[in-house]
Design a protein around this ligand. Structure first.
Ligand SMILES: *Cc1c(COP(=O)(O)O)cnc(C)c1O
Length: 399
């Protein structure tokens, strides 16, 4: 099963996924998960085909209940993608022209485009270099009378420091919308991602920890007022049929995706444990290879539960791209999340950010390299990855 070319997973990766050559390691192999659950998934899919209820069918209601329970949130509303979840969340909070939304620049594009598309202004916050997440100490200094929301991102599967974010928001009476696209199941002090802010936004894009067979998204909501607004907005603001009091969008979830995701959700905890085990194994292998003098390993904050959507190392001294090319020649899949911070994207030039304005974000963009971490990755494959990185640095060592 290959995944269409996209921002996260290129066709080249999908091909390398097939792992034809010995010693090659894909960044992600979605096929291994499909083969393991094939009978159950095929059954769930054909049952939707039989039912003929292809959009927002009963499996979608079931998925909403399952995800709400899993995320410790009182409500959940399904939609067509993580990007739409962010857009709908900001629409539900009445964000519009003249409003400012505080968010990291070191994130996927959809975080900022959601605010921009509503005519609001993304205001970028630099990151904590240890966790790559928004630095909450910088928030206070960026609040203006126009600030209407904070949009923290739980990057790579680790929660932002939510108690600090919530405290600032409470002090100023502004909304918090969580971009939890990479972090379903992540926790901070025992609370799950998506259960802190007014709305939590999730993605079921195939590279996420809970990935569908296409696009899909979910919004968790803390209040029933917001929940019904999200329901209204995802279906053209129509209530009852052909009556429109507000202008919404078309962002419904396909029943086929929900059926697949209901099956997969039962395995999510197991997959998270395997991702955590893989992260721990990388930590050991990097230490054993004495590579920690050359690259920095990702930091999991003790207050949280990291779900390792990505295992992102830092490669300093301008050597990241040469290391990546070296691994690519050996058919080892890696990715750079994200090479150009959002404040320096051409489309956001009107916001007036200059290079140097967010130093930690810009340094991260030059140094980060994501390694394969998916649940079905084998110990042997991890040894191959670390052995190759060691060889790049001239270290020959049996791992
Ligand atoms: C994947 C992702 C999104 C967008 O989700 P889609 O389902 O691909 O639209 C938004 N924010 C972050 C941080 C993501 O990783």
């Amino acid at each position: 099963m290959s995944v269409a070319s996209s921002q996260h997973l290129t066709t080249a990766h999908a091909v390398s996924v097939l792992g034809k050559d010995a010693g090659s390691v894909p960044l992600l192999d979605v096929n291994r998960q499909y083969q393991a659950l094939r009978a159950e998934l095929d059954k769930a899919i054909s049952s939707v085909c039989e039912s003929g209820r292809f959009v927002l069918g009963p499996e979608c209601d079931e998925l909403e209940k399952n995800v709400a329970a899993y995320c410790q949130a009182p409500h959940a509303v399904a939609c067509a993608s993580g990007s739409d979840a962010l857009l709908l969340a900001l629409m539900a909070c009445d964000i519009g022209p003249g409003d400012e939304v505080l968010m990291p620049s070191f994130t996927f594009f959809a975080t900022a485009s959601a605010a921009w598309r509503l005519g609001a202004k993304p205001v970028f916050v630099d990151i904590d270099p240890a966790t790559f997440n928004l630095n909450p100490e910088l928030l206070e200094g960026l609040i203006t009378p126009h600030t209407k929301a904070i949009l923290p991102v739980h990057l790579f599967g680790q929660c932002a420091d939510m108690p600090s974010v919530m405290a600032v928001a409470k002090r100023h009476g502004i909304f918090v919308v969580e971009d939890a696209a990479q972090a379903i199941g992540a926790e901070w002090e025992g609370r799950r991602a998506g259960s802190f802010g007014a709305v939590g936004c999730f993605s079921f894009y195939p590279t996420k920890n809970l990935g569908g067979f296409g696009d899909g998204g979910m919004m968790t909501a803390t209040g029933s007022g917001l929940e019904s607004r999200l329901r209204l907005l995802r279906a053209h603001g129509m209530q009852p049929r052909y009556c429109h009091h507000v202008v919404g969008i078309n962002s419904r979830l396909d029943t086929l995706q929900a059926a697949v995701l209901n099956v997969k959700l039962r395995f999510l905890e197991d997959w998270i444990k395997r991702r955590q085990a893989n992260a721990a194994r990388y930590d050991e292998l990097f230490a054993k290879a004495r590579l920690t003098d050359f690259v920095s390993l990702p930091v999991a904050d003790k207050r949280g539960r990291h779900v390792w959507n990505q295992y992102t190392i830092r490669v300093p001294d301008g050597r990241r791209d040469t290391l990546r090319a070296y691994l690519g020649e050996r058919n080892i899949g890696t990715e750079i999340y994200y090479p150009i911070p959002l404040h320096l994207q051409q489309c956001f030039a009107p916001l007036g950010y200059e290079p140097g304005s967010l130093p930690e974000t810009e340094r991260a963009a030059e140094e980060v390299l994501a390694l394969p971490i998916f649940p079905e990755l084998t110990a042997e494959e991890q040894r191959t990855v670390v052995t190759a990185i060691a060889a790049f640095y001239g270290i020959e060592r049996k791992l």
